[in-house]
Write a protein that binds this ligand. Structure first.
Ligand SMILES: Cc1cc2nc3c(=O)[nH]c(=O)nc-3n(C[C@H](O)[C@H](O)[C@H](O)COP(=O)(O)OP(=O)(O)OC[C@H]3O[C@@H](n4cnc5c(N)ncnc54)[C@H](O)[C@@H]3O)c2cc1C
Length: 448
């Protein structure tokens, strides 16, 4: 039936691609095929939870590795190697039977034919899981998008590391005080966990690293600005945690400005809605995310923040075999009238439950609705300084910082990564001097 429909569409639509479809070479199987798009927290958890299930699982990701986003800022601040916070997806599934990975970018979903189109070919599915996460949201401001520094991938974190170090090298050779300032001063936009963590890490870099590596520079010349459009920092956390985080940052010499929106940035000048301006060659953008897009879904299922509207079983509205999980999914419930927060815990819990539900389906058992178990939220500001909203209490300072370290270490994928990060943290804690301040630029081939 679907094939007949396809044939009719193909022969009547003059714009339908007429070239032969190239399909992935994945063996046919007697069991249904689940195609998961995205090997982030949600997709990875789901694929792993389908181990031994009566399904063939195909995971597609545009990168061949999983990224641990909560520690991007430490890569950007030269505290960790990029390789210690990413994990090759093939390696994660070496021993899983009926599992296939394809490194490709999904471009389009054909829900009529149950197929996806990627930049490397087509693939048919019985169940499709969209776990494509979110990207930086510049709120439609193209000028800011062209010049700001986002941190939504490990390559962007590395780019930021290079930029910070390169600007310090440039500043060293500028005699004029005023001209030097714009290479030294840094503006961070967004007072959520990422903005707060970056601001704290930069303040520590200024205090502990600069006097050792760049003796000719006066660290006091470097201004670190944190701009937040709302009335408080860490808006998703408790009021007490937001206030404490601000207190820590002020103690560390960060210039915190609230109730102010950045409206333009041309690579040199940051302009704010209240009329104030800052000259800076670096604007770090941590002000929000928007869902990634794949064409083919009806427009009415795309809701606020580019998220995909799902029911309490993560099924995409109006579909029978397409699901969305993680940051990209928008599930509205009495407890979460504006959908769940876009955090790793929600993504993992949804991935795990959907895998279990699809297994229940094969056994004729009833599926269960998603019920988020909030294990708390945390943010670290610097050494011995963190805030934690736990289900049973709110903490700040050293204890919160220890919990933050333990939770992040345990959440990393791979024993080697856990060990590498742990060793790096111990060394950094004792020496206050990480040794990763390397400017590594990709080699650009000469044009002939
Ligand atoms: C800097 C930063 C810090 C954070 N800190 C925290 C924290 O401390 N605690 C916390 O809980 N959360 C944190 N988060 C949020 C958390 O990382 C996300 O909620 C989580 O990653 C969502 O998981 P996901 O699987 O939905 O998406 P992601 O983890 O983003 O994974 C999406 C995957 O889909 C792939 N993909 C996207 N489009 C396509 C396509 N078209 N074709 C193929 N593959 C595609 C991507 O390559 C990626 O692998 C942070 C996020 C950032 C950016």
């Amino acid at each position: 039936m679907y094939r007949l429909l396809y044939w009719i569409i193909k022969s009547t639509d003059p714009y339908y691609p007429m070239e032969e479809k190239y399909y992935f070479s994945i063996p046919e199987s007697k069991v249904p095929r689940i195609v998961i798009i995205g090997g982030g927290f949600a997709g990875l958890k789901m694929a792993r939870s389908l181990r031994n299930a009566a399904y063939q699982v195909v995971l597609i990701d545009k990168n061949n590795y999983h990224q641990f986003q909560p520690l991007f800022y430490q890569v950007a601040m030269s505290g960790l190697e990029p390789s210690s916070i990413v994990f090759p997806l093939r390696k994660a599934f070496q021993n899983q039977k009926q599992f296939y990975f394809r490194n490709a970018e999904v471009i389009k979903i054909d829900s009529l034919l149950n197929e996806v189109q990627t930049d490397r070919g087509w693939l048919a599915y019985d169940y499709l899981i969209i776990a494509i996460g979110a990207d930086t949201n510049f709120f439609g401001n193209q000028m800011i998008a062209d010049h700001a520094l986002p941190m939504k991938s490990v390559s962007e974190a590395l780019y930021l590391r290079n930029k910070i170090l390169e600007d310090l090298e440039t500043a060293l050779n500028i005699h004029d005080y005023e001209a030097r300032q714009s290479w030294l001063d840094i503006v961070i936009v967004g007072g959520g966990p990422t903005g707060v963590e970056v601001a704290g890490a930069l303040a520590e870099m200024r205090k502990y690293i600069l006097p050792k590596d760049y003796k000719e520079l006066n660290p006091e010349e470097i201004d670190i600005h944190l701009i937040e459009s709302g009335p408080s920092l860490l808006a998703g956390m408790s009021e007490v945690s937001g206030k404490k985080a601000e207190e820590f940052l002020l103690e560390m010499g960060v210039l915190v400005k609230k109730n102010t929106q950045v409206i333009s940035y041309d690579g040199r000048l940051v302009s704010m809605k209240d009329g104030s301006m800052i000259q800076s060659h670096k604007l770090i953008w941590a002000a929000g995310v928007t869902g990634n897009r794949i064409s083919g879904l009806p427009e009415d299922v795309i809701v606020k923040g580019n998220r995909i509207k799902v029911d309490t079983f993560n099924k995409v509205q109006g579909s029978e075999n397409i699901y969305a999980i993680g940051d990209i999914a928008s599930m509205v419930s009495d407890d979460y009238p504006y959908a769940h927060p876009q955090v790793a815990q929600v993504a993992m819990q949804q991935g795990q439950l959907l895998a279990k539900n699809l297994i229940r389906k094969t056994k004729g058992r009833e599926e269960r609705a998603f019920n988020y178990v909030d294990k708390g939220s945390m943010a670290t500001i610097g050494k011995n300084k963190a805030v934690a909203d736990l289900p049973f209490m709110k903490l700040n300072g050293f204890l919160a910082w220890l919990i933050w370290l333990a939770v992040h270490l345990l959440s990393l994928i791979g024993v080697k990564n856990k060990l590498l990060v742990f060793i790096n943290w111990i060394i950094n804690y004792m020496t206050y001097d990480p040794s990763l301040r390397l400017i590594i630029r990709p080699r650009v081939p000469k044009k002939v």
